[in-house]
Design a protein around this ligand. Structure first.
Ligand code: GTP
Ligand code: MG
Length: 195
């Protein structure tokens, strides 16, 4: 996909009304610090339109990026942020749930998990819940630059088993540093735009 324009069009906090968009939406979910905003910057070919930080919990709102007036890329707040209060965590969880449950325009849902680790209980819960709501989540295994190529198959297997994903679930190794996997993600977005 060629990026002709992209801008942060809508930012939703816990009390905001979600937008009724008339373009397809693709949503990116995953625990705090997994690399959602970095991935979205890579997709948009921008260094810092989506805010990235060493501190987890940076994205606390649902951010809708309009790309080319063709598609919305949706950056969801990270879940499982340890330092957040119970109340905050609950609020973010509700926001994510409400969005995934109520938007009519979601055409693809991506779940990001760190390629190095066994998925957390929250990751598994999110994956199961996405499937339950009726999505076929595409799993993105982030920070692929942090492992050796020889470890790749083993880590993908650990992710698949840890999430309880079947063999048909697509798992894409990705790195926002090396851009490994970026073309695959762009292909998914192109498919959404074309349909
Ligand atoms: P929240 O907004 O807190 O939910 O985090 P996020 O999922 O948006 O993560 P973000 O993109 O802000 O990245 C978190 C940290 O991981 C930053 O320090 C990034 O530089 C780093 N990071 C993200 N992607 C990669 C990657 O592919 N490789 C490496 N090595 N580091 C990455
Ligand atoms: Mg973020």
């Amino acid at each position: 996909m060629v990026i002709r324009s992209c801008n942060l069009e809508t930012v939703c906090g816990p009390t905001s009304t979600l937008p009724k968009n008339d373009l397809p939406e693709v949503a990116f979910a995953g625990k705090s610090n997994v690399g959602k905003s970095s991935l979205i910057n890579a997709v948009m070919n921008r260094k810092s339109l989506a805010r990235v930080s060493a501190q987890p919990g940076k994205t606390q709102t649902i951010n809708f990026y309009n790309i080319n007036d063709e598609i919305y890329v949706v950056d969801l707040p990270g879940y499982g942020f340890a330092k957040a209060s119970e109340k905050e965590r609950e609020r973010w969880g509700k926001m994510i749930e409400t969005y995934l449950n109520t938007s009519d325009m979601i055409r693809a849902v991506f779940l990001l998990v760190d390629i190095r680790h066994t998925p957390s209980a929250n990751d598994k819960q999110m994956f199961e819940w996405m499937a339950y709501v009726g999505y076929d989540p595409i799993v993105i295994a982030t920070k692929a630059d942090k492992i050796k190529r020889s470890q790749l198959d083993k880590q993908i297997k650990i992710l698949r088993e840890g999430l309880g994903a079947d063999k048909d679930t697509i798992i894409v190794p990705f790195s926002s540093q090396t851009k490994q996997g970026l073309d695959t993600i762009q292909d998914f977005l192109d498919q959404v735009i074309e349909n």
